[in-house]
Structure formats: C-alpha cells, structure tokens
Design a protein around this ligand. Structure first.
Ligand SMILES: CC(C)(COP(=O)(O)OP(=O)(O)OC[C@H]1O[C@@H](n2cnc3c(N)ncnc32)[C@H](O)[C@@H]1OP(=O)(O)O)[C@@H](O)C(=O)NCCC(=O)NCCS
Length: 139
C-alpha cells in the first residue's frame, strides 16, 4: 500500500479500464494527480482516488482489477482513506450504483450510511441506474 504519485497516472488508467464501462483517459488521471486537492492510495492492482476540500473527502473513483478482487485489497484501500479522515476529522462522501451490491456491502461494513439517492445518475449500456449517496463521518 502506498500513496498515489503523479507517475501512477498510466497504471490507474489501465486498472480503471478493467473495472468500469465509462472511459477515463490517461490524460485525465495526469491532470487529477497534478492537482493538490486529489490524493489516494494504491496496491499493484487496485487504487482509490479522492478529492479533499476543507473537511470533506470525495471518493472520485475506486477499483480493483477483476482477477484480484475478493482478497481484501478494496477494504485495505478504503480503510486507509477512513484513517486519513479520522486524522483530519473529515467526512467521506461517495456515490455508488444502486445495484452494485458488492461495493455497497463493503461501504456499509465500514460504517458508511446512505444519505440520499440521485435518480438516473449513471448511464450504463443496459440503461440508467440511480446512485446511492453514502457518507462516513468521524463523529
Ligand atoms: C468494490 C471493489 C473495489 C471491492 O474490492 P475487493 O478487493 O474485491 O474488496 P474486498 O476483497 O476488500 O472485499 C471487502 C468486502 O466487500 C464485500 N464483498 C466483496 N466481494 C463481494 C461479493 N462478490 N459479494 C458481496 N460482497 C462482497 C464483502 O463485504 C467483503 O468483506 P469481507 O472480506 O469482510 O467479507 C471491487 O469489487 C471493484 O473494483 N468493483 C468494480 C468497481 C466498483 O464497483 N467500484 C466501486 C464504485 S462505487
């Protein structure tokens, strides 16, 4: 486990491609990692990218490549963000597709609570899906 640095952009682009339908270019990762408000953590085959503004942390994107899932990597990455949120007394926010039960279970098991729903937030090949907004709070 280590902190993300600008030279990780290509790896993040490659890992994300394996996990999501929507396309984020390598250039977008270069721009985000050059911006001081973005931070995150990575393992060889998974990463979590966040953005911090004052006392709020938004999880921007989070994934583990398919062959490496279910081995505890996702949980480790998320715990790293939660530890940082505890240290900085920040809240953590995220959006997750309503039917993404794997991710929702993981978030719930680590103390995230559902705060609202954004209708038709995601457009997948199979149609639109609502986003569940979740929050973790240090208090
Ligand atoms: C969500 C994701 C990052 C989880 O990563 P992972 O490394 O597989 O997760 P872990 O192995 O750490 O699993 C942690 C917990 O997730 C849950 N979980 C994992 N796989 C699961 C499955 N197939 N079904 C139900 N729950 C599951 C369990 O609660 C597990 O806790 P446990 O180990 O105490 O049983 C990964 O599945 C992924 O990249 N998915 C595609 C991208 C994505 O959906 N990202 C999140 C968008 S909001």
């Amino acid at each position: 486990m280590r902190k993300l640095v600008p030279k990780d952009a290509k790896d993040l682009y490659e890992i994300r491609k394996t996990s999501f339908e929507d396309f984020w270019s390598e250039k977008e990762f270069v721009a985000m990692l050059a911006d001081k408000s973005f931070f995150g953590f990575r393992e060889d085959h998974g990463f979590i990218l966040c953005r911090r503004t004052l006392d709020c942390i938004d999880i921007v994107t989070f994934c583990v490549a398919p062959s490496y899932r279910n081995k505890g990597i996702g949980k480790k990455l998320l715990l790293e963000v939660i530890n940082f949120a505890k240290e900085t007394q920040s809240k953590v926010f995220l959006e997750v597709a309503e039917k993404n039960y794997t991710a929702r279970n993981l978030y719930q098991s680590l103390g995230f609570k559902k705060t609202s729903v954004r209708k038709n937030y995601y457009k997948f090949s199979g149609g639109f899906q609502d986003a569940v907004v979740m929050m973790w709070s240090p208090t």
